[in-house]
Each structure stands twice: as C-alpha cells, then as structure tokens.
Ligand binder design. Structure first.
Ligand SMILES: *Cc1c(COP(=O)(O)O)cnc(C)c1O
Ligand code: SF4
Length: 354
C-alpha cells in the first residue's frame, strides 16, 4: 500500500506540487481522509493534476474548504442502523458493514466516517466476528430480508478464510439469504481475486458482486481478466459508478465505460449523484447538469444497458431515481440554494443547487 509521496511511481511523485505536499502533511491534523492507494491503481494514473485516475486517490487541497452542505452521515444511516454493523433501510434487503478497511481511499468516499484510517489487506483486529453477532441475530429474526449487501469499507480486504467464515455465518443465520458483495478491489487490486477466491464465491451462490468503477481507464487488463473470470464462474457482476466532476461527467466517456463493462459481461446498475460527504464538494456535478449528461447518455446507450441514475437523499431519505421531473422545486436555506426532491412517501428532502 502506498501512503506517502515517496512511495508513488517516480513520475507521479515528481508531479506533486508544493501546495499538494503541504495539504498531505496536514491531513492527519485536520482529521481528513488519509492518503492511500494500491500500487496497481497508482500505476494507472498519469502525472497531470487533472488526470481522472490521479484525482480519485490523490489528496486535493480543496478538501480543506468548508462545505456548508456537508454531512458527517451523508446517507443518514444512523437512523436505520439496527445493530452496530447492520443498516436496515429497505424492507427486503439490509447492508452489513463487514469491514472497516479499504484497499486504498477514494477521495470522494461517503463512508469516511466508518473507516478508521486503516488500509491494507488485514481486517481491523478490533473488528471481529463477535461484532457481527448482533447482525446475524437480527437477520435470523427478520425473514422479510432476502438479501444482504456485504459492504464496509471493502469486504474484499478480509482474507478468504475470514470471508468464508462470514458467508457461513450469514447462511447459518438465514440459509436462503442472497449475498451481494459491494467492492472496489477488482479495480484497485485485481490480483486479490484469485481462482480460489472466485471458487469460494461460487460455493455461496446466490452471490453477486457490485463493483465500484468510475472511468474506462480503471478497466486494466488485470481487472478485465479478474472480472471476466467471475462472470465465467457464474458470479453475476453489476457496476456502480459515481458521477464525478471533471472525471466522468461526460456522456461519451460514460457510454464508453458502460460499453466496455457490457463486453466483459458486467451489467451497468447504478450511476450515483455524489453524496454530501465532507471535503468532496469539488467532485459534485450540478444536479441539472447531471440530468443533462444522463439524458445524452440515454441517446448513446440502448435502454437495457443504461444504469439507473439515482441519489441517496441526503440525511436518510433513501435512494430515488433522478429524472427531469424529480426536481420538485428550489429553495434557499441557511446553507445556500437547494433543490427540493421527494422520497417515495412524498416527503421533501434537499440537495444543493449549484
Ligand atoms: C443502496 C442500499 C441498498 C440496496 O438498494 P438496491 O436498490 O437494491 O441496490 C440496501 N440498503 C441500503 C442501506 C442501501 O444504501
Ligand atoms: S472503496 Fe468504497 S468505502 Fe473504500 S474509500 Fe472507496 S468509496 Fe470509500
């Protein structure tokens, strides 16, 4: 794991400006998301400051600019947390925070409050299966839950033994439950998906992967091989993408990304409007512009290949689909200009305008 400028490939290390250096030096003191990237992901970056790969892992001085719209718990998960690591927001599916580590940090991450600053392929030693027990008990008592999203952090930072233990315990709680692994590791560290890992997945069907991928250049030869091997082994893979200012907010580029995914047998699933995590405002695409990008994307991709454009309503309203009529109005709050959005029950929620 690379977590210092000196650890970067020489071309990238040489590209770091004085301003970036001083920002990195202050990250810990300011309590910002730490800097960490896998050698594989770093190898995909180019030295230009606006490179779409570099920007996703390299700390940006703009992270320190206060954002009035930022929320510490952008998805309002605390409202729906039924056990220390289980979020039950939708009737028939629940989300398990199974790991507190990531293979590297995405600068746009909305889960930053959960991951404690540890990176690498070692489960946080303070976070053991004992902590999962309350979640298993809840699942056992709630037969309406048919699917568990195994998330984190990144669950693929757990080793195969630990993952196998987790899957066995989940199926012990509920023999019939479907498993959805939410991960970025096939992109950031594709070598993690060894043949024995894929065989482990295959032994726990129904199980599918939801892979976080944002740019066509993230689909390296190694990532393509790993993901194609999953599909070949009968593990469905769907994608989720975050719309990011200056990185992928371009219809032709997104069309290329989703076409590439389809060729590998991956199904485009979600395109997310950015969540309001602290230090990420410079990644936010103006909502009306996001809608325009999506409209154009719809012209470039056949309907069934188009992911759903959605937002998690800030503060805990849940996911809604975004389309031209989703904006119910505008208002000005003490934070600034906001769009009015409505959840399935007609309740109003707000997302920054501009
Ligand atoms: C996104 C999410 C889900 C899954 O929703 P899908 O629409 O099935 O992808 C489940 N639980 C929580 C808490 C979520 O945020
Ligand atoms: S892999 Fe997911 S949880 Fe981890 S830093 Fe990236 S977005 Fe956040």
């Amino acid at each position: 794991m690379i977590n210092s400028i000196e650890g970067l490939p020489p071309g990238l290390a040489a590209s770091v400006s004085a301003e970036e250096k001083s920002h990195i030096a202050g990250i810990k003191l300011r309590g910002l998301l730490p800097f960490a990237v896998t050698p594989h992901f770093a190898s995909l970056a180019r030295p230009e400051r606006d490179d779409p790969i570099r920007r996703q892992f390299f700390p940006d001085p703009r992270e320190a600019i206060p954002d009035p719209f930022a929320l510490d718990d952008p998805l309002g998960e605390a409202r729906h947390r039924v056990a220390p690591c289980l979020v039950h927001q939708y009737r028939n599916r629940a989300l398990l925070l199974a790991a507190k580590t990531c293979a590297g940090y995405c600068r746009h991450c909305f889960r930053r409050a959960w991951i404690p600053g540890k990176v690498g392929f070692h489960p946080d030693p303070s976070f053991r299966s004992d902590d999962w027990n309350a979640a298993f008990a809840y699942l056992a008592a709630h037969a309406e839950i048919g699917e568990v999203l195994v998330s984190g952090g990144d669950p693929l930072t757990l080793d195969d033994d630990k993952l196998g233990e987790l899957f066995r315990l989940l199926r012990g709680a509920r023999a019939d439950i479907a498993l959805r692994l939410c991960t970025r590791v096939p992109i950031t560290e594709p070598s993690r998906l060894e043949a024995k890992t894929i065989a482990l997945f295959a032994g726990f069907r129904p199980l599918w992967l939801s892979v976080h991928v944002n740019h066509p250049r993230e689909l390296s030869a190694q990532s393509r091989d790993s993901l194609a091997a999953c599909v070949k082994a009968g593990i469905p893979v769907k994608t989720q993408t975050v719309l990011l200012q200056g990185i992928n907010d371009d219809p032709a580029l997104l069309a290329e990304l989703f076409q590439d995914c389809l060729e590998l047998g991956l199904l485009p699933y979600y395109l997310f409007q950015l969540d309001l995590a602290p230090g990420t405002a410079h990644f936010r695409v103006e909502l009306r512009r996001g809608l325009a990008v999506y409209r154009e994307l719809g012209r470039l991709l056949p309907g069934p290949n188009l992911p759903v454009y959605a937002v998690d309503l800030p503060g805990g309203g849940g996911k809604i689909r975004l389309h031209e009529n989703a904006i119910a109005g505008e208002r000005t709050s003490e934070k600034g200009a906001e769009y009015v959005l409505k959840d399935a029950n007609g309740r109003e929620w707000y997302y920054p305008a501009g």
